[in-house]
Write a protein that binds this ligand. Structure first.
Ligand SMILES: *[C@@H]1O[C@H](CO)[C@@H](O)[C@H](O)[C@H]1NC(C)=O
Ligand SMILES: *[C@@H]1O[C@H](CO)[C@@H](O)[C@H](O)[C@H]1NC(C)=O
Ligand SMILES: *[C@@H]1O[C@H](CO)[C@@H](O)[C@H](O)[C@H]1NC(C)=O
Ligand SMILES: *[C@@H]1O[C@H](CO)[C@@H](O)[C@H](O)[C@H]1NC(C)=O
Ligand SMILES: *[C@@H]1O[C@H](CO)[C@@H](O)[C@H](O)[C@H]1NC(C)=O
Ligand SMILES: *[C@@H]1O[C@H](CO)[C@@H](O)[C@H](O)[C@H]1NC(C)=O
Length: 362
């Protein structure tokens, strides 16, 4: 088989080497699948996973979760918004305004261990094809503006007669950042005790230390010279946390958490960790609480709803239960607040829910 006069005529031979691999002569095993061989294997694998399932069920049963919807909360009396029925209505008519609302809720049982607080949004398509790309990772890593950031368009730069300003951070994801402020009070013997909430160590470590860095500069403000805040923001990126420089600019953890886009339309993101001191050393005691909301994030435009969820599970994960008929059934148009990508499909019913969720790690 090896020699043939033809190949000698045509310069270098293209015949593969006579190795077992190249000649496809490696020994092969071709099992014959029969019910008798396949079924036992399936059952064995199935049985092997039973303990895992039991463990997950038990963990899920130990979860304490409390959902507190606040989409349609009523403004606090005596504020500018109090002439309106709901905060949602107020901010839909006053763009960029803040509406305060308070919600009383009670925990029927102690939430023991580390307690975390989440906000949740439903039907918010952070996974939209063009939304997901609308960011510039070099910029977020502190590299000074380069020219190749048109992924961010139309939130890339703006110019007037004289100067060109780059959005910092650029893109639709950053522009639509969640901006409600949530605080928590505990009613202890008829007095209000505020629950300490920690805003650091809520993002992934790799994001915090590698992916997000501020540009160089004497002060943060100087480092961001030549940039302008995103269209929807009320303050610049270097003012996100005026109290703590290590949590400011691109290194602000609320920003980092938001920039890690959710894969599913109903998601929860970590908002705060409870500072376990004084009467909260053990967790959150049962009793009455008030959730104090600075309501900024508009939802009425999409018939939205917000809620808050105190919860205590670590394995149940970050996603709300999936409405599979929607995921599989039809393509969802993109409706995120202030998202002005040019191709905007006709409106469909959208919900935004805000949930804060507490869970205690076991
Ligand atoms: C809000 O604005 C809409 C139209 O822009 C108007 O119909 C409605 O009356 C306003 N609501 C209030 C409470 O001002
Ligand atoms: C909050 O975010 C929304 C949507 O991006 C924006 O319209 C609003 O101006 C923001 N408000 C504040 C106070 O940042
Ligand atoms: C919530 O509870 C406080 C007392 O802890 C009470 O003063 C307030 O009116 C309640 N607010 C609502 C909206 O029920
Ligand atoms: C250009 O826009 C910036 C930011 O909005 C503003 O500070 C500046 O005064 C403007 N310059 C002119 C010439 O309009
Ligand atoms: C947690 O609370 C304690 C007591 O109030 C306080 O001293 C401490 O600074 C808080 N921790 C943080 C990180 O804020
Ligand atoms: C919580 O509030 C309810 C009514 O708002 C009241 O009946 C109950 O006694 C309160 N519980 C505590 C522990 O303060």
């Amino acid at each position: 088989m090896m020699s043939s006069s033809e190949s000698e005529d045509k310069g270098p031979s293209r015949r593969p080497k006579d190795t077992k691999f190249k000649q496809q002569k490696l020994p092969a095993w071709q099992p014959i699948m029969t019910a008798g061989t396949v079924l036992p294997v399936f059952f064995a694998i199935g049985i092997a996973f039973v303990p895992l399932g039991v463990a997950l069920l038990i963990t899920a049963d130990n979860v304490q979760e409390k959902i507190i919807p606040y989409t349609h909360c009523k403004p606090v009396a005596g504020t500018a918004a109090s002439s309106h029925d709901t905060c949602a209505e107020y901010i839909s008519n006053n763009t960029g305004a803040t509406c305060q609302c308070h919600i009383n809720f009670s925990l029927k049982e102690d939430f023991r261990g580390d307690v975390y607080m989440y906000y949740g949004l439903t039907n918010f398509y952070q996974n939209h094809r063009r939304y997901v790309k609308s960011r510039n990772d070099n910029q977020l890593r502190g590299v000074k503006q380069s020219k190749s950031t048109d992924d961010c368009d139309p939130f890339y730069m703006t110019e007037n007669d004289t100067t060109r300003y780059y959005y910092a951070p650029c893109g639709a994801i950053a522009n639509s950042m969640f901006n409600d402020t949530l605080k928590l009070n505990f009613v202890s013997h008829a007095t209000l005790v505020s629950v300490g909430l920690l805003k650091k160590d809520i993002a992934w470590t790799t994001d915090r230390t590698i992916k997000f860095k501020n540009p160089e500069g004497k002060t943060l403000k100087e480092a961001f010279k030549g940039t302008i805040k995103p269209v929807n923001w009320q303050k610049a990126v270097y003012e996100l946390d005026p109290d703590d420089d290590s949590n400011n600019g691109y290194q602000n953890e609320d920003l980092i958490v938001w920039m890690r886009t959710a894969a599913l339309p109903n998601f929860r993101k970590l908002y705060r960790r409870v500072n376990h001191t004084e009467q909260f050393v053990e967790g959150l005691p049962k009793g009455n609480y008030t959730l104090l909301v600075d309501y900024n994030y508009p939802v009425v435009g999409f018939d939205g709803e917000k809620k808050m969820i105190p919860d205590d599970d670590i394995l149940a994960g970050r996603e709300e239960p999936v409405p599979w008929h929607r995921v599989l059934g039809r393509r969802q148009p993109l409706h995120t607040p202030g998202h002005h990508l040019p191709h905007r499909p006709h409106p469909s019913r959208q919900e935004v829910s805000l949930s804060s969720r507490f869970f205690t790690a076991t």
